[in-house]
Design a protein around this ligand. Structure first.
Ligand SMILES: [Zn+2]
Length: 353
């Protein structure tokens, strides 16, 4: 048999070393030996012969809070395994890393004739420690990232638009900020975030929506005394064909006060009944407008005209041409917007044909 280094009695010595990681004293752990023998160096490993005849120095355990969690070749490998298990949660932004538990190493009590134990590499041991969550690894990361800044939304009232009408004055856009924060994680799960620094790179732009307050135009018709001619109360088509493209009543959140009659630009518009022209001229969303008072409380409106032919105060016959179809004012294409008002109230013109 090959002579082993040191006193042979050491082979039968049951010893146990326990070292706390990161302390120099661990390396200097005392070894109790039989009386009369020399002091054994601290890094001296006592080999044992296994049942299969293999001679090895005893492996080391990684212990967590005293529990043996993995077996590796040496004390150095045990330390390495713990370091690798902690480093598993490390990234470029990690500034601090701590293990919550008390970790240590302990040499295995291996005796001559024992079966060979299963020994892991530091990498395998670290993977097992991580998989079984044997350790609580607390990391602190300093993270800098860009984040969007929400924009404000405001609604401003305007008398330039009618009630129910809305218009986007400014679209609004997100801003951008750079945020630096300290993120504390436990085994990769964020448990706390603290803002360190924030800088706005781009200011958000407020979204501004205009909301109309303007009421539909009040009737500005003149007194009944001015009416020179009265109508029959029954209307004739103001354009050559009654092609209704939009009827009377609710439309786009407000009430359509008349009917839209699709006609090409320049087509003649005639008075729907005999009456007196009480208004000609441009009137806001109506564009070029003609109003005819037919007496008995009835007034008709002819809007979006390209040209007005009648004059204010003029008496007109039923069917007499007073204007031409156009698309002036708030209009998306040539048509006649035709209204009938009875005693100031808008009514459905289609009830009078
Ligand atoms: Zn209309």
């Amino acid at each position: 048999m090959k002579e082993l280094p040191g006193n042979r009695s050491l082979l039968f010595l049951k010893k146990r070393k326990k070292a706390v990681l990161g302390t120099a004293s661990a390396v200097l752990a005392a070894v109790s030996i039989a009386a009369g023998t020399a002091i054994v160096p601290s890094d001296f490993e006592v080999p044992v012969m296994l049942a299969n005849g293999e001679i090895i120095t005893p492996p080391w355990y990684v212990t967590v809070e005293g529990e043996r969690v993995a077996l590796v070749d040496s004390e150095e490998d045990a330390r390495e395994a713990v370091k690798l298990a902690a480093d598993h949660y490390k990234n470029e932004e990690t500034v601090n890393i701590e293990i919550e538990e008390q970790t240590s190493t302990a040499e295995m009590d291996l005796e001559n004739g024992d079966e060979k134990p299963e020994i892991l590499t530091p990498e395998e041991a670290a993977a097992e420690i991580t998989a079984k969550q044997e350790l609580t690894v607390k990391t602190t990361e300093v993270v800098t990232e860009k984040e969007p800044v929400e924009f404000k939304k405001v609604t401003k009232k305007t008398d330039k638009l009618y009630v129910g009408q809305r218009k986007v004055k400014q679209k609004g856009s997100e801003g951008l900020k750079e945020v630096t924060k300290e993120v504390t994680k436990e085994n990769g799960e964020t448990i706390e975030e603290n803002l360190i620094y924030e800088a706005v790179l781009k200011e958000p732009q407020t979204r501004i929506v205009l909301s109309g307050t303007k009421r539909q135009e009040e009737d500005a018709f003149t007194a009944a005394a001015d009416v020179k001619q009265e109508g029959s109360g029954e209307l004739t088509a103001p354009v050559s064909s009654m092609n209704v493209t939009s009827g009377f009543g609710p439309r786009w959140g407000r009430t359509h006060l008349g009917v839209d009659l699709g006609m090409p630009s320049g087509a003649p518009i005639s008075a729907a009944d005999a009456g007196t022209v009480i208004f000609t001229g441009y009137s806001g969303s109506y564009g070029n407008l003609v109003k005819v008072d037919h007496g008995n409380g009835m007034i008709t409106y002819y809007a979006h005209c390209s040209r007005v032919l009648a004059e204010q105060g003029q008496a007109v016959e039923r069917g007499e041409v007073i204007a031409e179809v156009g698309s002036t004012g708030n209009s998306t294409g040539p048509h006649l917007h035709f209204e009938v008002r009875m005693n100031g109230e808008n009514v459905d013109p289609m009830n009078y044909f």
